[in-house]
Design a protein around this ligand. Sequence first.
Ligand SMILES: C[S@@+](CC[C@H](N)C(=O)[O-])C[C@H]1O[C@@H](n2cnc3c(N)ncnc32)[C@H](O)[C@@H]1O
Length: 211
Amino acid sequence: MDKIYHDLNEYAAMHSSKSSELLYQLERETHLRTLAPVMLSGSLQGQFLRLLSLLVKPEFILEIGTFTGYGSLCLAEGLTQTGQLHTIEPNAEVLFIAEKYFNLSPFKHQIFTHLGKAENVIPNLSIPFFDLIYLDGGKRDYAMHFDLIIDKVKPGGLILADNVLWSGKVLDPKDEDSQIIHTFNTKILEDSRVENLLLPIRDGLMVIRRT
Ligand SMILES: C[S@@+](CC[C@H](N)C(=O)[O-])C[C@H]1O[C@@H](n2cnc3c(N)ncnc32)[C@H](O)[C@@H]1O
């Protein structure tokens, strides 16, 4: 990431409302105990997820790719009183950390974890629709995960896809991962069932609205 871009993100984070103490502790533990802490959504994006969720007031949220649960806890803030957040993660080691923090949060009875790959879990979920979906699992699987969930999104509902700028490599996609992300971005743009806005926040967040 360019220094100016990095510095602007830092400035934006410093001039945005602070995350909770629980999220601070979770971020700290993620850095101490996991091999790729950079995967965590982080403060600036977390605050944006929280804000969107507070605006949507979702009854049902789905997250693909829990990691240590940072995004889940931010998204859960907007749930209705009876709302549920379902989050899917195939790595039991990181899900263990996430569950520890979910249990320390006010949302412990509203967050449901699913150990496994999204493509295996989603067909067995008995939730009729989702108001908000956070697509943040394996980047190579984004298109497949999108196709799996698009018919489960309520009209007017949102899908948020993370890392869609892939450290800027989508501008000149030479390697396979960059090409896959670029193809995903084009696929969304051309899908007549949705409208979208690609925001250059952090590593790029695609906001997709089911029309
Ligand atoms: C970028 S991290 C998620 C970060 C998390 N959403 C947050 O807000 O901090 C991506 C996670 O997706 C998980 N993942 C990879 N393939 C997956 C799949 N097929 N289904 C669900 N999760 C997957 C990885 O194990 C990893 O923990």
